[in-house]
Design a protein around this ligand. Structure first.
Ligand code: ADP
Ligand code: MG
Length: 436
């Protein structure tokens, strides 16, 4: 018996299907240029950075560096490329240099940090890496032991350094020579986009870390266009990008943030949409759709990560949206949900504060209106698609009761469209009904 239909499935078919990209991962955030020459529009910063690190060529430990600038503007990428190239150049001179890169968000504790550093040094020196139960002093002693064996220059890159739970460890690294632990200091490169990071530091740490500060400015539209063009040449099939696509992506990204990562993402999603639609070219329309998709993803993330109380308040706003949603009414609705899910009820004043926060996040708009002699109140409108927001809110396991058990309020009920159950629009637009 012949199995009909199954012939349709073949890897060759899927491979040929995509007519837009050669390799879309070139536009991913993980991709980095191999050589300094491939980095565009960072000449000034690279010049200062390399000059500073170049003392390593004479086997002198460079002073600490602090790299500051907004997200997506090449801080991580430039640091990785420059330190890799420095390792090679120093090795040619016959000296040793080891760069240990740490993304502090993934290792925010001192012990976590030392684990990574010790592991790297143990591999480098072929020494045994002793493991301890979370004892900081034991890890520190092991670090000193391994660093003594290594002898070469150690550069520790602390990326997103603001995520460190105890940044004063930097002070310890910078005093290893002073305290006679090691013959040489460790060079610390701190990277952050948090302008206020150094304010929270111990003054000693502040002075050792912030000796040399290099500020990376955001890119402008022309610079983003060059960065996108260079990557597009590798990522897209020849001729599939219509003329204006790159300029439009660059203009959007420059307007909003000057962030190369977002610009590259916009370009990648535009291409993906063209491919989904089986179009032969990527056009400005795809960029507009991609931008909408990115914004929707942002809203989803924003709502998903709201604290439970804010989710309930947003849910209350949605339920009340057709019913002159002033703060008092929203508060009553909020109280009802709290009772149903058995959660602590906040005061009206606190709920008003949280409404202001939701408004600052752009999820709602709260307009102050005067009630004459009776003071004033706020009238709330929803700034995002209510159905989408609702569906994200009810994904929260603590709010399951809102999923299949509409609020049994005699005045308002949510009308679930049972026939569409499980689908995106599983509540009808008109969830509110006045029953009296
Ligand atoms: N000058 C540049 N040339 C090429 N690509 C760049 C440039 N600047 C940033 N990028 C790209 O943007 C993305 C974000 O850069 P990254 O260094 O991670 O930003 P930051 O660390 O400042 O947040 C990287 O994936 C990189 O590919
Ligand atoms: Mg970074």
């Amino acid at each position: 018996m012949e199995l009909k239909g199954l012939q349709e499935f073949s890897y060759e078919k899927y491979e040929q299907e995509g007519n837009i990209f050669i390799n879309d991962t070139i536009l991913d955030k993980g991709y980095k240029p191999i050589k300094i020459g491939e980095i565009q529009h960072r000449e000034t910063e690279i010049d200062i950075y390399m000059r500073h690190l170049s003392s390593a060529m004479k086997n002198i430990v460079p002073g600490n560096v602090f790299i500051y600038g907004k997200t997506g503007i090449g801080k991580t990428m430039v640091t990785k490329v420059l330190t890799a190239e420095l390792e090679t150049a120093v090795a040619k001179k016959g000296f040793g240099l080891k760069t240990i890169y740490i993304h502090c968000k993934s290792a925010p504790t001192n012990v976590g940090l030392l684990k990574i550093i010790n592991e790297a040094l143990a591999i480098e020196t072929k020494e045994e890496n002793v493991k301890y139960n979370n004892s900081f002093s034991a890890y520190w002693r092991n670090f000193i032991r391994l660093a003594r064996v290594y002898k070469g220059i150690i550069i520790v890159v602390l990326d997103e350094i603001d995520a460190l739970k105890d940044p004063d460890i930097i002070d310890l690294f910078c005093r290893v020579k002073e305290c006679d632990f090691l013959e040489n200091n460790v060079c610390v490169i701190g990277i952050t986009n948090d302008i206020k990071f150094d304010e929270g530091l111990d003054p000693r740490t502040q002075s050792v870390l912030c000796g040399r500060v290099i500020v990376f400015p955001p890119y402008n539209a022309n610079q983003l266009r060059d960065i996108l063009t260079q990557r597009a040449l590798l990522a897209f099939r020849p001729g599939v990008l219509s003329d204006t696509v790159i300029a439009v992506c660059a203009a959007y990204a420059a307007q909003e943030h000057g962030d190369a990562r977002k610009a590259l993402e916009l370009l990648r999603i535009s291409g993906a949409i063209a491919e989904e639609k089986k179009n032969a070219q990527v056009t400005e329309n795809h960029v507009i759709l991609a931008k909408e998709r990115m914004e929707a993803d942002k809203v989803t993330e924003l709502i998903k990560t709201l604290p439970i109380q804010s989710k309930i308040i947003l849910a209350s706003c949605i339920l009340m949206q057709n019913n002159k949603p002033q703060t008092g009414r929203i508060y009553n609705q909020y109280k009802e949900i709290c009772i149903k899910i058995e959660i602590t009820m906040l005061t009206q004043r606190r709920v008003t504060d949280l409404l202001s926060e939701l408004s600052m996040l752009g999820l709602i708009n709260a307009k102050a209106i005067s009630l004459g002699r009776h003071g004033c109140t706020k009238e709330v409108s929803i700034e995002v698609t209510p159905e989408t927001a609702w569906n994200i809110i009810i994904e929260d396991d603590r709010l399951t009761i809102l999923r299949n058990n509409p609020l049994a309020n005699p005045r308002q009920q949510i009308l679930y469209d049972v026939s569409n159950e499980g689908q995106e629009e599983n509540i009808q637009k008109s969830y509110l009904r006045q029953s009296n």
